[in-house]
Design a protein around this ligand. Structure first.
Ligand SMILES: O=C(O)CCC(=O)C(=O)O
Length: 252
């Protein structure tokens, strides 16, 4: 199918990877079209890890932290374009209140060693695994076609069966706000993720906090590459980074 027929769905009724409910399904999307966006100079060219500014560790509470590393990846906009066309994007539909509702984003699940992935993904995995002393071997990708796409508040499912899992997110394309709030209520915090930024949630984040990417009125398309790992050995140390003052809480 050519790009001119982009966004056509090929029904294949694969079970939904993010849902436990019977009847929730995924359909394949061939080469999703999006509005073009203006690549920045830093984010153009061949993708490679940059020795950029140091990691900023934000303590959310006594047991939860977030590492934000701006400009971690050079060439992130070109990587966005490559992965937009190369990955097996799917569109989820879920049964909610007796009607099928479209997920407001596309997703793609790929093996870390999938031949469609460029070499830089191997470098990302290697660097994360070395820095955080975990074997990051699971990759899940999200495609926000515009500001209208989003993901609602949730903790990650790895938190159900792992103590303090790390979740790493590499952002490609348009900037988006990534929000976090304590489960059960409380002040939220926001991180603006630009193309090439790395954000890692650690400690008990998946047990005590939840996160979202809210809709926004305008927004260039964005892909997030998320990396997870198997349960670590009980003796694995908690990785450290210099701490900075946490950004002020959001008003809502
Ligand atoms: O796209 C993002 O930055 C967040 C992704 C996310 O929350 C998820 O896939 O669980």
């Amino acid at each position: 199918m050519s790009r001119s027929t982009a966004n056509a769905f090929v029904a294949d009724l694969t079970p939904h990877p993010l849902s436990d409910r019977a009847g929730d399904v995924m359909t394949a999307v061939e080469d999703p079209a999006t509005a073009p966006f203006q690549a920045s100079l830093f984010a153009s060219g061949e993708a490679e890890l940059a020795e950029a500014r140091s990691t900023q560790r934000v303590r959310l509470d006594a047991r939860c932290w977030v590492d934000h590393r701006p400009d971690w990846l050079r060439g992130a906009d070109d990587l966005f374009v490559e992965l937009q066309h190369a990955l097996p994007w799917r569109h989820g539909r879920r049964n909610m209140y007796d009607r099928m509702v479209d997920d407001p984003r596309l997703t793609a699940q790929v093996e870390i060693d999938d031949p469609r992935l460029p070499d830089v993904v191997g470098s990302i995995v290697h660097s994360l695994s070395a820095r955080y002393d975990r074997r990051f071997d699971k990759m899940f990708c999200n495609f926000y076609r515009s500001g209208a796409d989003s993901v609602a508040w949730h903790p990650d499912r790895v938190g159900r069966h792992q103590i303090d899992p790390l979740v790493a997110i590499v952002s490609l394309g348009g900037p988006r706000t990534f929000r976090m709030r304590p489960r059960g209520g409380g002040k939220s915090r926001s991180f603006v993720l630009h193309s090439g930024d790395l954000l890692v949630m650690g400690g008990a984040c998946q047990h005590r906090w939840e996160h979202s990417v809210p809709k926004q009125t305008r927004g260039a398309p964005r892909i997030s590459l998320t990396f997870r790992h198997d349960a670590p050995e009980p003796s694995a140390p908690e990785p450290s980074a210099p701490e900075i003052r946490a950004p002020g809480p959001d008003s809502h």
